[in-house]
Write a protein that binds this ligand. Structure first.
Ligand SMILES: NC(=O)C1=CN([C@@H]2O[C@H](COP(=O)(O)OP(=O)(O)OC[C@H]3O[C@@H](n4cnc5c(N)ncnc54)[C@H](OP(=O)(O)O)[C@@H]3O)[C@@H](O)[C@H]2O)C=CC1
Ligand SMILES: O=C(O)C1=N[C@H](C(=O)O)C[C@H](O)C1
Length: 249
């Protein structure tokens, strides 16, 4: 079988550089290009993967020239929106890891993908432990429905609250509705400090007791198996899959 042709958008970023290593070392896929903003300084950090590939600033040109099967978006909410639309236009499947996209856009992207008979994935968190944290939170919520979320991220994170915290609150709300319970407000507290990568606590309050579920991504390698799974699985679906958990559980 031909390897899956992959483009990474945001390739010079913290996640993009890690994804270069993951994709180039993975079987069954090949990194054909990157997308990022123009830079004037040297490319040492991306080149450290010891592979060579072109980096485009124009996503449409990249998709037309490189004809990828899948592109992985690790830019930001604004970049991901325009990149994803350019991708669908060019017949390329988006795997969006960038966070901060709103529900209306995701709904519209799903319709575009359905029309084009293409698959896509929006995954606000690719780490298996984070997906389990969300799943466990939904399981616990009907029994202890007084809940607050604290998320801790590195100081350069652009969006707040994190995509993971928003998704956790959505999953908890879904579980409460399904079990016939009222959905109380679920406050989200965002901490942005040097020293953190990506961490979250979901605290359930009860009578004289607390239950806390905590997940820590100490390194961005934690997200890489999920990215690779998303690239593989998005080849065999039609429409937008909202959350990597749909490929796992
Ligand atoms: N789903 C998941 O599991 C995870 C998701 N994320 C998300 O991934 C995204 C990237 O995170 P991170 O790597 O830390 O961020 P970085 O800022 O380190 O990297 C983002 C890169 O994308 C570039 N970029 C931004 N906008 C555009 C655009 N419109 N066109 C082209 N390039 C663009 C940036 O350039 P410049 O610096 O010039 O802006 C930068 O090089 C965030 O949305 C974050 O929330 C992060 C970790 C895990
Ligand atoms: O910006 C980050 O770093 C992360 N972003 C995602 C989010 O917003 O939830 C995933 C993870 O928390 C790391």
């Amino acid at each position: 079988m031909e390897p899956i042709r992959v483009v990474i958008a945001g390739i010079r970023g913290k996640m993009g550089r890690e994804a270069v290593l993951a994709v180039t070392n993975a079987k069954g896929m090949t990194l054909v290009a990157g997308i990022d903003r123009p830079r004037t300084y040297t490319e040492a950090s991306v080149a450290s993967a010891d592979v060579s590939f072109p980096i485009y600033t124009d996503p449409s040109l990249c998709f037309v020239e490189q004809k990828p099967d899948v592109y992985v978006d690790l830019t930001d909410a604004k970049g991901a929106q325009s990149n994803a639309l350019a991708a669908v236009e060019a017949g390329v499947r988006p795997v969006i890891g960038a966070t901060g996209l709103d529900a209306e856009f995701l709904q519209m992207l799903d319709q575009e993908l359905q029309q084009a008979e293409l698959g896509g994935l929006f995954a606000p968190n690719f780490a298996i432990g984070a997906l389990l944290m969300m799943r466990m939170s939904a399981l616990i919520a009907p029994f202890l429905p007084d809940i607050e979320i604290i998320e801790y991220h590195h100081a350069t994170k652009k969006d707040s609250p994190s995509g993971t915290a928003k998704k956790t609150a959505e999953e908890i709300a879904r579980a409460l509705i399904e079990s016939g319970k009222e959905v109380p407000p679920i406050p989200i507290h965002s901490v942005r400090l040097p020293g953190f990568v990506a961490h979250q606590e979901v605290i359930f309050g009860g009578n004289g007791e607390h239950l806390t579920i905590r997940h820590d991504s100490m390194s961005r390698v934690s997200f890489m198996p999920g990215i690779l799974l998303g690239i593989q699985r998005v080849m065999n679906v039609v429409g937008l899959v909202n959350g990597l958990e749909h490929f796992l559980f």
